[in-house]
Design a protein around this ligand. Sequence first.
Ligand SMILES: [Zn+2]
Length: 210
Amino acid sequence: MSIGQPPRGTRRRRSGPTLRFALGVAAVVAVGIAVTVGVPMLREPGPRPLFQLPVPCGESWQLGTYPGHDDYDVDLFPTGGDSWGRPVLASAAGTVTVSGVNGSVGGRTEQNPQGPRGRGGGYWVKIDHGGRWETQYLHLLEAPMVSAGQQVAGGQQIGLVGSTGNSGAPHLHYEQRRGWQKVETYFDGLPSGITHDDYEYTVTLTSNNC
Ligand SMILES: [Zn+2]
């Protein structure tokens, strides 16, 4: 036995305090995790990013809602041309947090627009813009062009307009959220005016997502 190493019996007697010390460390680690994970969830949201319409610069689109949609939800239809396959762009820079299927895709395509209706949002993307702000893009034509964890620039294409999920016709369903809550959508610094789904309402805006 080398000098300084306690006899076996001493080591065993110390296992009690050692276990308590280990539990203490575990408790401190647990509190640390709770603080680092929990506090950002409770933190006040940051300033609203300068969101732009999720469609190419210069295009005019009709933004609308209808009874039963959900407050603040926006459906986008182009004012000219076909909806199928139009580019969907990120409203602002951020990190993709979801890219996949919400509900089910169904079978609605340009070739078969009245095909079997899917459920939920179909192909969709969710982007975290920091400061607890996020945007969502639903009913995309096919699997999104971006993946979860990917950084995207404002105006970067993330998918194509389609009619997957529970969608009657090709369009883009779009939401802006602050924290856990949907909020009125703002584009280029101005409110869209779509704040509830009590009745049909539409507004036409031109994209400055340049
Ligand atoms: Zn919608």
